[in-house]
Design a protein around this ligand. Sequence first.
Ligand code: 4AD
Ligand code: MG
Length: 477
Amino acid sequence: MKQKKIKSILESNAIDKKCSVQGWVRTFRANRFLALNDGSTIENLQCVLDFEKLDDSFLKQINTGAAIKLSGILSESLGSGQKVELQVSNLKILGSSDPELYPIQPKRHSLEFLREKAHLRVRTATFSAVMRIRSALSFAVHQFFQQEGFFYINTPIITGNDAEGAGEMFRVSTLDLKNPPKDEIGNPDFKQDFFGKETNLTVSGQLEAEAYALGLGDVYTFGPTFRAENSNTSRHLAEFWMIEPEMAFYDLNDNMDLAEKFITSVLKNVLESCKKDLKFLDERFAKEESSKPVKERSSMGLIQKIEFVIKNDYRRVSYTEAIDILRNSKPNKKKKFKYPVNEWGIDLQSEHERFLVEKHFNCPVILYDYPANIKAFYMRRSDDGKTVRAMDILFPGIGEIVGGSQREERLDVLKERIKEMDINADELWWYLDLRKFGSVPHSGFGLGFERLVQFITGMGNIRDVIPFPRTPQNAAF
Ligand code: 4AD
Ligand code: MG
């Protein structure tokens, strides 16, 4: 008999048909009613064990978490919320599960507890829903760019350059840490290392994507990136996935338009393709919110929030305007910000971003034209000499979800910036070449994939939207 996934059984409504399924026991009641889940859908298949008699030792093996194979006849379900249930005529235990030891019991577990059981947490309704949405979302990302005529490129994971210039990189080396070869002045001699030079895990594929945009036109990357920043927050991972489109002949406005269109498209796609998982997470979100103090509660439900972002244009506000708003804001005047806003030029903290998005504008915001000295070297300098053509997209509850810019395409200006910022130009010779041969205006942005998954699933902590999170002091699994 052909094996079927529970999703297709529930969708097909095949009453009186024979059927065989395999999955994991979620609950088993009264030695008779079994809820089976195989990961294909949030819903369990209700199964009724109607054997004359089952011996005790066999029944004892049917525990939460055990893997079983069932076959029988589908019948109309009278009780539960489902249309069909399986009248079981045959049951085989594939993998037993000791109820004393299996940590995922049919009760509410805290997310913190489940993080320690990251290898088993996908067997809960919440995590399976999040991970199915994550999968649908990655597919939607590729679909969007492919439909728009972009080419998917893979940029190196091991690299010698620090694209963001923040120096937050993980070293890649095969040198013996205890006894590295030394150079003339006593430092580790990286000439003797695997690549004959210092290398790191990449913080961004942007610089290489630029090279490809200036040949293929419109490209995107979607790959892992690594940052050794010691940020123990609910929005930072040391290993995260980033989507980086890069477009030749785009200016900053084209860049913003594309980013909005892209986010709208993937949100719509997932609203349509993950209805059941989203409904479940919407209810979960409502429960979570109701347990918070009234002041901190989200004013919208999860699905409502997604629909709101789809329907409304983002507010585009220059950094300078934002500083004015913040300077004159109530929390600033009442000294409620941890970092007071006094002068033009400061880097915005997440408390400021949240004020703008969640209190002042109450919608997603694109901040643009930032001061040059708080942004990366590759951003295009504006005529005012003070700002660069940068843009950040800020989302409610998330903060920065996208960072992007128009790139500096003028060789002399770029060289000057590199010098000003004291960046080692040796590694960037090829990047400068791009400005010598057929340079054109171009732009791009990076979207943190996990932050988008957080927004759609309503999960408060970024550690709960990636299978095995890497954060400071934590690389288990
Ligand atoms: O703003 P960032 O640093 O921009 C870049 O890396 C550019 N090279 C992108 C480009 O223009 N091609 O990072 C982009 C996005 C952020 O807006 C945020 O969503 C996410 O990446 N991000 C992180 N997500 C999770 N954990 C971290 N530690 C992150 N750091 C950045
Ligand atoms: Mg940024």
